[in-house]
Design a protein around this ligand. Structure first.
Ligand code: ATR
Length: 286
């Protein structure tokens, strides 16, 4: 029950109507018995600054930040956790003694899904990352933080992959970094050596959008992770599975980032498996 003392959390996004975070977070508050309510806020880009400035005066305890605000919110915060700084994006803000502290929990959600859904870990692995945007940066921080030995970033706009690799090579010198254009012939050269392929491409929910990927070149022991989440299996996950690879989509990452946000806000782990169950239910309803 919401009372005068109930801590308020929420999500800032544009659009926000289809966000599954309110269902996940409110279920976690209910099931854990921790007092709190989580509300969607439709915040237009031009209103981000006043909306963030209102958090402390309004007594809001914490928020998630989603598209298109994850990067723009950084300069509006008092402190940014170093990994969020490296990613250049914040998806979780906590109000601590009147100060706004920003975290990124996407990279931790990615790691927990690698473990739970693919049964793998980045340490010592050779990885091919498709894409060089915000989701890619979260994945790359996770992979490098946990000891991936080699990472190749493939991107349609090669200059973006090159500049990203340059930045990360300074931050994580123990990983060997390289970049290639997102072209089938180039992918064909890299595919046989990799242990893990990650797609952070924002296009790819429909089969006519996806790039021709040389699945037949990939080692049978490699895994595939598609950061996209949709009610049905994504076309790339389907292709990888057809090739006999262990593959998953972004559902586990979405649940994992939510669990980490809940833990940051409440100091208590989210009820085990609950957020995944909520997302599974949304899949079958859609
Ligand atoms: P996100 O925050 O979800 O990562 P983003 O930062 O816009 O979104 O990054 C999207 C990624 O998908 C980029 O790597 C983009 O490639 P470019 O840097 O060349 O734009 C990639 N992407 C999007 N649409 C694509 C398409 N049709 N073909 C190939 N790559 C695509």
């Amino acid at each position: 029950m919401v009372q005068g003392t109930t801590p308020v959390f929420g999500i800032f996004g544009h659009p926000v109507a289809h966000s599954l975070s309110p269902a996940m977070q409110n279920a976690a508050f209910r099931e854990s018995g921790i007092e709190g309510i989580y509300v969607p806020f439709h915040v237009l880009p031009e209103n981000l600054e006043p909306a963030v400035a209102a958090l402390v005066p309004m007594g809001i305890s914490g928020i998630n930040v989603t598209v298109p605000h994850k990067e723009a919110v950084l300069p509006l915060l008092d402190d940014v956790e170093p990994r969020a700084g490296a990613i250049g994006a914040v998806n979780t803000v906590v109000v601590r003694e009147g100060r706004l502290v920003g975290y990124n929990t996407d990279w931790l959600g990615f790691l927990s899904s690698l473990d739970l859904d693919l049964g793998t870990h980045p340490e010592g692995k050779k990885v091919l990352m498709l894409g060089a945007g915000g989701a890619s940066r979260a994945g790359l921080v996770a992979l490098a933080e946990r000891g991936a030995s080699e990472i190749t970033v493939a991107n349609r706009t090669l200059a973006k992959a090159e500049s990203l690799v340059k930045d990360f090579a300074v931050l994580y010198p123990d990983t060997r970094w390289s970049s290639i254009p997102l072209e089938e012939a180039m992918l064909r050269g890299v595919a046989p050596q990799v242990d893990l392929i990650v797609s952070s491409l924002s296009a790819g929910l429909h089969s006519d959008q996806i790039l021709p990927f040389p699945w037949e070149e990939v080692s049978a022991s490699a895994c595939f992770f598609d950061m996209l989440y949709s009610p049905t299996v994504t076309p790339m996950v389907q292709q990888a599975r057809n090739q006999g690879l262990v593959a998953c989509d972004g559902m586990g990452m979405l649940a994992g980032q939510g669990e980490e946000a809940f833990r940051i806000w409440t100091g208590t782990p989210a009820p085990v498996g609950l957020m995944r169950r909520i997302l599974e239910r949304c899949r079958t309803v859609d």
